[in-house]
Design a protein around this ligand. Sequence first.
Ligand SMILES: Cc1ncc(COP(=O)(O)O)c(C=O)c1O
Length: 380
Amino acid sequence: MGILFSAPQYEYDVIREEWLKSVEKIGQQGVFVGGAAVSKFEASFAAYVGVTEAVGVGNGTDALFLALKALGVGPGDEVITAANTFVATVGAIYHTGAVPVLVDCGESYVMELDSVRAAVTSRTRAVIPVHLYGQMIDLGEWQVWSEETGIAIVEDCAQAAGASVGGLAAGSFGIMGCYSFYPDKNLGALGDGGAIVSSSPELLARLRQLRNHGGELRYRHDIPGYNSRLDPIQASALQLKLDRLQAWNKHRREAAGWYRQRLEGIDGLVLPAPVALDDCSHVFHLYVVRIAGGRRDELKKHLQKKGVLTAVQYPVPVHLLPAYADLGYGPGSFPRAERLAGEILSLPIHAGLTEADVAFIGSEIQSFFAATATNVSGRT
Ligand SMILES: Cc1ncc(COP(=O)(O)O)c(C=O)c1O
């Protein structure tokens, strides 16, 4: 079968028995939207992140959109985010009627405060730092800047469940943090799901209204709202996975260490910086390497032939996608994001990846580079 890129199936097998029992209980109770399983997960997740509340919603895109709506972001406003994020971050801004303002990433793929500062205008209402690939941006300095400028920080934590810096979790730095529970995320449901975390009572109250047709009580609609709710069948899976998140993230870091042992020192291959096993600032949602010299696609094909599935997150930066052509950017607007898009390759990483898997992938990558080096020097 080869080596899978991510393994929601492995996680399913781990929780299967307990989860099926919860589903049976939900079925017997007959509460299929909201209910005890959702409230329990929301409370557990809020405690895990270290905020007062988590509001479960339909998916991570809705989490971002509803967070911006709760802040009152709309036409005439600008919201800053990364050019190399997943398209959903930008879509969420766009659909509020605000203008997405993009910035280039730093050399380690994530946004930097200096670029954000340079993109601020009198219309800037919020910034969405994206903890891309599971790498948490230390937002300490950002918080000071946010207080000084009044520009709200809404964290995109979709790829960073379980990440923390100095004991503070992703989502607890900004006024709100937005999570996706898409199945292959570090904390993934068995379908779509998402949550917004916050400690602001006003925003939390508004979010609970927005996700449920504008009101918390049936047939009382206080504001125009949406329908975006986490369901108990997903919440009960998330509850079981939350108990294992720390251990699974540690396994991902261990796997990153195995990759480093096998791949360090290969000319033309750039690895992520080493991360200690107990350092939660990186939860390796993705293990992204870089291949210079235009050989990324060749290596991807080579691995695929050997049964190793890889991915590119993301092959086209958002500003070059047809959907966002009207933002007014073009080739050359964000040189680093554009260059990296042609060089990055995500290798398999997940809770079920074994050292033998990594050894196999490592030897295939080594032989790819050895063959190319021989060809280039003309010795074959
Ligand atoms: C960085 C980022 N933001 C937002 C999202 C959107 O989440 P969802 O797919 O749950 O809508 C995702 C994941 O898909 C993501 O990776």
